[in-house]
Design a protein around this ligand. Structure first.
Ligand code: G1P
Ligand code: ZN
Length: 543
């Protein structure tokens, strides 16, 4: 076996987005495409010689091909050891957990998260650093810069490694350990939650449906919820990961997980429902005829954290992405702990956690987690809710209603306009940016805009500045409308418009969110001219 240096030329557009590099599968299949990007990652790191790398993906189409290529390149670039999940499978939270537990130098996650898979779907690759979290912008920018000047990559000509069996192998002096995909993660969950109490809950007849959406959480949820916590067989549905997610869009929101929602609204609904996404970092929590918004979920978990063994001493602080509702801020105020507002994307939480400033964090896009790892964690959130239900004896619906009556309710919704022409979408944002000054102080209907700005974030730990993170219209009554363009899409542009309205009055907590937000929705159209710019009179997705 020998190590070869292959000549290559830069490929345009290898710029990591909100969460790594995501493209259509056929883009990744182009000659040298994956290799160029992987070599750019390795070249952007300080010496990787002799270091440990964690490697795995969500099992989508092209996962195993990419893993074998990356193993050959890791060997050729001098990595000392690679921990790879059996059959190439590792969820995003599991990669984060394993990097931390074995003090690895970093990890590569192969996933396009909730984007559809299969030969016509999306593929993605993301680098995580030694704290277990996504590489910060300084590294992703270096990777991109490197990809634009790359002239060669190193790769071994060793044959494929058998990933089906747990055990050790060797490639050009590099150790390869094929590890059980679930064990390390399951052990971490056991250290945080009261498994005994959850076991008693299930043995007393409590029923649940967990929809793994044919994605990577299937094996994790089956092992933990059915095998360890004793939920009846069949509690986890769509549990076998498929390369194309069964043709579905593995995004746990009420639209894409419609089957679960219908089941939870039916006559035979179980007590509790949950779903996770392609790589198991997102989650949706569902009660009977009721879906918990991710923003509320973060606030409710924070308010009840001391009921959970892993958080019994309290939480240091909370962070939420800017578009996420301000429900968590009210909990933080009562607990007298800080609440940080960060740009969209998990990478902004890492520094705050490493510095011990926050314990819990979340995003409106069905992401919730804590400092136990440095990624969002779908199954962790589900176990947190199960633990909460077990310790309070209350249903999801009751826990949410009690929370609102104490803290007030944030009506919240996100409207997505997908597949918009990129030029038109950028023009809408540019036009908004140009009128920010004139919007401040303006009265629209019964609402007054207190402040209009383009969100900019200065990281409190390393003082790095991230500008242009979303147009905010902040109203005098605390309501907010936010406009931003997605950084994870692969076709055209996606405009996201976020609506957040606070309702303190207990008697007004049973409204339909779209009705409660109708005035704000009208204002967004009036101010931004969404229909004119996008050519769409309705969003393509409402969550
Ligand atoms: C989306 C979500 C964001 C999340 C990211 C990765 O990014 O909005 O909260 O961190 O996916 O899961 P966007 O497409 O909006 O850039
Ligand atoms: Zn995901």
């Amino acid at each position: 076996m020998s190590i070869q240096t292959i000549s290559t030329t830069p490929v345009a557009g290898q710029e990591p987005g909100t969460s790594g590099l995501r493209k259509k599968v056929d883009v990744f299949q182009q000659a040298h495409y994956l290799e160029n990007f992987v070599q750019s990652i390795f070249d952007s790191l300080d010496s990787v010689s002799g270091q440990t790398l964690v490697l795995g993906g969500d099992g989508r189409f092209y996962n195993t091909v990419a893993i074998q290529t990356i193993l050959r390149m890791a060997a050729a670039n001098g990595w000392g050891r690679v921990l790879v999940g059996q059959n190439g499978i590792l969820s995003t939270p599991a990669v984060s957990c394993i990097i931390r537990k074995y003090e690895a130098y970093g990890g590569i996650i192969l996933s396009a998260s909730h984007n559809p898979g299969g030969p016509d779907g999306d593929f993605g690759i993301k680098y995580n650093i030694s704290n277990g979290g996504p590489a910060p912008e300084k590294i992703t920018e270096a990777i991109y810069a490197r990809s634009q000047v790359i002239s060669g990559y190193r790769i071994s000509d060793a044959p494929d490694v058998d990933l089906s069996r747990i055990g050790q192998a060797e490639m050009d002096g590099m150790q390869i350990e094929v590890i059980d995909s679930v064990s390390d993660y399951a052990e971490l969950m056991q250290s945080l939650f009261d498994f005994e109490a959850i076991r008693s809950l299930f043995s007393s007849g409590f029923s649940m449906r967990f929809d793994a959406m044919h994605a990577v959480c299937g094996p994790y949820a089956t092992r933990i919820i059915e095998d360890e916590l004793g939920a009846p067989k069949g509690t986890v549905v769509n549990a076998v990961p498929l390369a194309d997610f069964g043709g579905h869009h593995p995004d746990p929101n009420p639209v894409n997980a419609a089957e679960l929602i219908a089941y939870m609204n039916g006559a035979d609904a179980p007590d509790f429902g949950a779903a996770t996404d392609g790589d198991a970092d997102r989650n949706m929590i569902v009660g009977r005829n009721f879906v918990v918004t991710p923003s509320d979920s973060l606030a409710i978990l924070a308010a009840n954290a001391t009921r959970i063994p892993g958080y019994s001493k309290g939480i240091a602080g909370i962070a939420r992405s800017m578009p996420t509702s301000t429900a968590a801020d009210r909990v933080a105020a009562v607990l007298k702990i800080p609440c940080y507002e960060t740009p969209t994307g998990w990478k902004f939480f890492g520094n705050l956690m490493d510095a011990g400033k926050i314990t819990l964090c979340g995003e409106e896009s069905y992401g919730t987690s804590s400092s136990h790892i440095r990624e969002k964690d779908g199954l962790w959130a589900v176990l947190f809710w199960l633990n909460l239900i077990a310790s309070t004896g209350k249903s999801v619906n009751a826990l949410a209603a009690e929370h609102w009556s104490r803290y007030g309710r944030n009506y919240y919704s996100r409207h997505d306009y997908e597949h918009v022409d990129a030029g038109r979408a950028n023009a809408l944002i540019t036009a908004l940016r140009e009128k920010l000054f004139s919007l401040t102080g303006r009265r629209l209907g019964s609402s007054v805009i207190d402040r209009a700005d383009d969100f900019s974030y200065t990281d409190p730990i390393d003082a790095s500045v991230s500008e242009g993170q979303g147009i905010r219209l902040l109203f005098a009554d605390g309501s907010r409308i936010i406009f931003r363009l997605s950084g994870t899409g692969t076709v055209g542009a996606t405009l996201r418009v976020y609506f957040d309205r606070y309702e303190p009055d207990k008697n007004m907590h049973d409204l339909d969110p779209q009705a409660a937000l109708a005035d704000l929705i009208g204002i967004a159209e009036e101010v931004a001219g969404i229909t004119e710019y996008t050519g769409m009179s309705h969003p393509t997705l409402i969550t």
